[in-house]
Design a protein around this ligand. Structure first.
Ligand SMILES: Cc1cc2nc3c(=O)[nH]c(=O)nc-3n(C[C@H](O)[C@H](O)[C@H](O)COP(=O)(O)OP(=O)(O)OC[C@H]3O[C@@H](n4cnc5c(N)ncnc54)[C@H](O)[C@@H]3O)c2cc1C
Ligand SMILES: NC(=O)c1ccc[n+]([C@@H]2O[C@H](COP(=O)([O-])OP(=O)(O)OC[C@H]3O[C@@H](n4cnc5c(N)ncnc54)[C@H](OP(=O)(O)O)[C@@H]3O)[C@@H](O)[C@H]2O)c1
Length: 440
């Protein structure tokens, strides 16, 4: 085990959790479930609510206190994963609900998760974490030990510094818009917004809109806009979609530049004018309270590395970044990562040396790069997520995810790619631990 890990001994370990979204609630819930090893956690949450992304706020921009509004949720969003697998594996959604839910239903679920596990008393609402710094202490006989100084500021601006044995970073990564450099953008005089600030389609009714990017946001919002008679040009770099799109949407090649006359020029040379440019170009990784250089971590907009097992910086294995990967089944993934991390802290999962962990991560990344994976996609897991979660469960000796999670996830992805407008009409039922059924 690394020398800088705290050890479970006479006094319970103190854990700080940054963020009370799904990941932070999951971390706090599992800490609370192990009272012999851990003191109750301190959960810092910059808003007044739990739920993170799922806490819809019709406002955009900043709160009165100057903090940016983190949620990217829009009013009509429905989940793109069915509740039967989106749930934390030990905490089902209400069985009477349909499979694909509104954000209000997910928010209610997270509030219930929080209440049922008695996490609420441990959350410091309206409190922003400003700094997280490791401090190495010499202990008598047991070698050096890392503790974490967490500096936070409450709504009145009062600062506080507290010390912990471990920090769980659960502040999410879908809040800071990724804004592409578009040559000639100065020539464009229309409205520009990012999907982070998109809430409702009505303001765009009857307008011409170029939607840039065709991830979940780009595709879903294009369909919403077409529903209010906007004329949508969906510009993206994926192979053209062959599934049916509503009549108001036409696809275009990626955007090359804005011409001097303000028209959009696409990479195939075609041009179009539009009143609105809606950037659905994804999000940056940002952890303003972490000093990457001091942690041996490179935090770039598109990549955080090295993270051993996509979870911890090898130089400081008592800091855990939960949910950094993309293309995952988020709640079950957090559930596995948190349990693994707690067992690492308890010394039940021995870690290799810092050098070995760094070498392993480098090897994984290099292998992906050799396959042509660009840096911005190195943290995508998709098909690899199942083996990843399985390995965490094996090494951490906790219950693995049932195979249902994978099989239903793959089925829903298949349906999404056949009919992105209709796949949410389906309802599923878990027939047993290993089988699901389509019930309509
Ligand atoms: C538009 C959209 C739709 C999605 N749809 C789905 C879906 O259908 N199904 C699904 O499973 N997943 C979906 N996701 C993914 C979603 O992000 C995850 O499900 C999950 O909610 C992420 O939880 P999190 O706790 O990691 O982050 P978040 O939900 O972002 O929570 C982070 C929390 O940390 C707080 N915080 C941030 N910085 C600080 C700080 N410095 N100090 C204190 N607190 C801080 C924030 O206020 C926030 O409450 C969607 C994401 C988006 C953006
Ligand atoms: N429940 C729902 O229905 C729903 C709706 C919206 C979002 N979400 C979730 O929210 C998260 C974020 O999704 P997201 O779609 O906002 O972000 P995303 O998944 O990162 O997708 C962004 C897309 O924009 C593309 N892109 C980036 N720059 C571009 C450019 N200059 N020109 C053209 N395309 C560009 C990216 O392509 P490259 O990858 O090639 O860079 C990518 O396909 C995901 O977890 C998603 O599942 C869910």
């Amino acid at each position: 085990m690394s020398l800088s890990l705290p050890s479970v001994g006479m006094s319970p370990l103190r854990v700080a959790v940054v963020g009370a979204g799904a990941a932070g609630l999951c971390a706090a819930r599992h800490v609370l479930a192990r009272p012999a090893a851990y003191a109750p956690p301190v959960v810092y949450e910059l808003t007044e609510n739990v739920g993170g992304t799922w806490c819809y706020d019709e406002r955009v921009g900043c709160y009165d206190n100057g903090q940016p509004i983190p949620s990217s949720m829009y009013k009509n969003l429905r989940t793109n994963l069915p509740k039967e697998i989106m749930m934390f594996p030990d905490f089902p959604f209400d069985h009477q609900l349909p499979s694909f839910l509104s954000h209000q239903e997910v928010q209610r679920y997270l509030e219930r998760y929080c209440r049922s596990h008695q996490v609420t008393p441990h959350i410091r609402f309206s409190t922003v974490v400003e700094e997280v710094n490791p401090v190495t202490l010499e202990t008598e006989g047991a070698g050096p030990k890392t503790v974490w100084e967490v500096t936070s500021s409450d709504i009145k601006g009062a600062k506080k510094m507290e010390t912990f044995d471990s920090v769980f970073v659960c502040s999410g990564h879908y809040s800071d818009p990724c804004l592409p450099d578009i040559p000639g953008m100065d020539h464009y005089k229309g409205t520009v917004i990012h999907s982070h600030s998109y809430r409702v389609p009505e303001p765009y009714s009857g307008q011409s809109v170029v939607v840039l990017g065709a991830g979940a946001s780009g595709l879903d919002i294009s369909v919403e806009l077409a529903g209010v008679n906007a004329q949508v040009i969906l510009s993206h770099g994926k192979p053209p979609f062959t599934f049916p799109l509503p009549p108001g949407i036409r696809q275009a090649a990626p955007l090359a530049r804005v011409n001097q006359d303000g028209a959009f020029c696409f990479q195939d040379g075609s041009t179009a004018r539009a009143e609105v440019l809606l950037l659905c170009t994804g999000y940056n990784y940002v952890f303003p309270y972490l000093r990457g250089d001091a942690l041996g971590l490179e935090v770039r907009k598109e990549l955080v590395s090295p993270l051993y097992r996509f979870l911890l910086p090898p130089a400081f294995p008592s800091l855990f970044i939960i949910g950094v990967c993309k293309l995952i089944l988020p709640f079950p993934h957090f559930h596995c990562q948190v349990q693994f991390a707690l067992r690492v802290l308890e010394g039940l999962v021995p870690l290799p040396s810092r050098a070995q962990m760094e070498e392993e991560v480098r090897g994984q990344m290099d292998a992906k790069r050799r396959l042509g994976v660009p840096n911005k996609h190195l943290l995508r897991l998709q098909a690899d997520q199942w083996e990843y979660c399985q390995d965490l469960a094996r090494d951490g000796r906790f219950t693995p995810l049932s195979p249902i999670f994978r099989s239903l996830y793959e089925e829903v992805w298949r349906c999404r790619n056949v009919h992105p407008q209709d796949y949410r009409k389906a309802n599923y039922r878990l027939a047993s631990d290993t089988q699901w059924e389509l019930i309509n």
